[in-house]
Write a protein that binds this ligand. Structure first.
Ligand code: DX5
Ligand code: ZN
Length: 226
């Protein structure tokens, strides 16, 4: 199973964003947290900033929308050329229509769920998506503690994706660090967002490599999976 490490620039230095994005060239995707101070109690940046990041980033953008009224706003991020756009199930009224609008505009479509949101209602919709993001903290802020109680949801998703032979990436976001990434990998994640565990270290590149190695050790070593 391919492991992807997506550093979150929420933990980067916002006045040196280009420098900090260039520092993560050895990662897979740039995780871009868009927050509207409404769906979550924090505010980051919108389409103008994402458009500039799209122009300068050395690796593709993995946009995580933590905004209300996702049906209305998500397609605009795909039009900016983002490789992947993930919106929250709790913020959309028609998740399938929104996913299709993203794919029609050339982006991968991602569905995110907060820790308290059940995944069962969405399992039959998995073919409409390219990625499911299981939030492992309450969305809104970096530096929070990993919630291990979200792991059964990830196992349910992994089982459903494998059983139907789907190509859906399973992403985790929140509290992912060297001591937690293996737990998420073992439960079935293949795509890992890390903010504070990547930025704020002496070497961003070494942090990415260590996270990747820790995830790979657990994906390959987990019982019952290849
Ligand atoms: C939180 C964001 C995360 C955040 C993760 O709501 O969605 O992407 O940057 O930060 P860490 O890795 O520090 O928990
Ligand atoms: Zn995020």
């Amino acid at each position: 199973m391919t492991v992807r490490i997506n550093p979150s620039i929420l933990s980067a230095d916002f006045v040196n964003l280009q420098r900090d994005v260039e520092r993560i060239a050895s990662a897979d995707l740039v995780h871009v947290d868009v927050m509207d101070n409404h769906f979550v109690p924090n505010l980051t940046f919108g389409p103008q900033m994402v458009g500039r990041l799209q122009a300068i980033a050395p690796i593709p953008l993995d946009v995580h929308l933590m905004i209300s009224d996702a049906d209305r706003w998500a397609p605009g991020y795909a039009e900016l050329g983002a490789f992947s756009v993930t919106f929250h199930a709790e913020a959309a009224s028609d998740v399938v229509e929104t996913a299709r609008a993203l794919r029609e505009r050339g982006s991968r479509a991602g569905l995110a769920v907060k820790p308290g949101t059940a995944i069962e209602p969405y399992l039959e919709l998995l073919p409409e998506f390219d990625q499911v993001l299981v939030m492992t903290v309450e969305p809104g802020f970096g530096g929070q503690s990993f919630m291990v109680e979200t792991m059964p949801k990830l196992r349910t998703l992994r089982e459903a994706v494998d059983r139907h032979g789907l190509d859906v990436w399973l992403q985790v976001d929140g509290g992912i660090a060297l001591d937690t990434i293996g737990i998420a990998a073992e439960a079935g994640a293949d795509t890992f967002v890390a903010g504070s565990a990547v930025y704020g270290r002496d070497s961003v590149e070494a942090a990415i490599a260590k996270l990747r190695a820790a995830a790979e050790a657990h994906t390959h070593g987990s019982p019952g999976r290849v």
